[in-house]
Design a protein around this ligand. Sequence first.
Ligand code: SAH
Length: 339
Amino acid sequence: MKNIYSETREDLETYFLSMGEKKFKAVQVLEWLYQKREPNLENWSNIKKELREKIAHDFAFTMPKIIKREQDELTEKYLIELADNEHIEAVLMRHDYGNSVCVSSQVGCNMGCAFCESGRLKKIRNLETYEMVCQILLIEKLIEERISSIVIMGIGEPLDNYENVIRFIKIINDAKAIAIGARHITLSTCGLIPQIKQLMTLPLQINLAISLHASNNDLRSQLMQVNKAYNLDILIDTIKEYIDKTNRRVTIEYVMLNNVNDGIKNAEELARLLRGLNVYVNLIPYNETNHLEFKKSNHSQIMKFYDTLKKNKINVTIRKEFGSKISAACGQLRSKEVN
Ligand code: SAH
């Protein structure tokens, strides 16, 4: 049975039209679910009883559960249990401009990036749309605050779960549902080319972030398996095409690994690769994990790298560090079964 929180406005419109009901019922349902946050159908006073019964019969209203909450000053991490007893994590970050949530898109991940903890558990399955939507609903309910931005940067490769992730974005972006502006939604990918090409044809003004992490193909292939399928040349061409088509600036993520990809030569090489592109580079201080041998670059090395990019006229920022004390930082999320 379909879950109601997986349904976009168009899905609900099709549903209502197919049984001879008015299309605006779809908006009424979204308003009950997302604006009034009233999951109890019996209280849906503007929808007649027979129709409510039909909806109750056709859709599940179940949600995953938050089973553990860990906090440090600006970050909270949640362990979420899914209906089939799989687990994922989501992270809340408190910024001065509002709350953002880092959402997971799969149970495990098959992309096999050498430095990432999440990928140590191979993909078990894609998340359903409602399992992503509910990460937001559950957190908002728990903290009794609104979330103003979303990054799809948790466990999983979102473009390896393309259909469900796009439906998730449509629902959170819908003005009658969660109403998070597209410019406050960022999708991060390791670089699945066919899906990036598909994404650029959609009328969604979301931010795209690309996990680049290396300045040449040899290095990138060592760090990221995906580079063997879609290498840097194809990736850079696709980013160009994306920018031309969408007129949107793309974020380049570059995790700083001590003595691996953080040399001045790498910075110069990266600058050449990105010259003239409407991108900005986000340098990510590496978060060490117990299981992987990579070390974080020291601060002065990060600053040298930063300065080299600046000198070469590349826009660059250093990602603010969140949540490393509670293993909630980039690349530290996992499902609890992994030791
Ligand atoms: N699969 C997507 C979404 C994950 S986003 C992607 O690859 O983009 C998580 C981001 O954190 C990615 O840029 C990832 O490369 C980076 N990352 C992974 N492990 C990390 C770690 N230990 N420290 C810092 N960043 C890490």
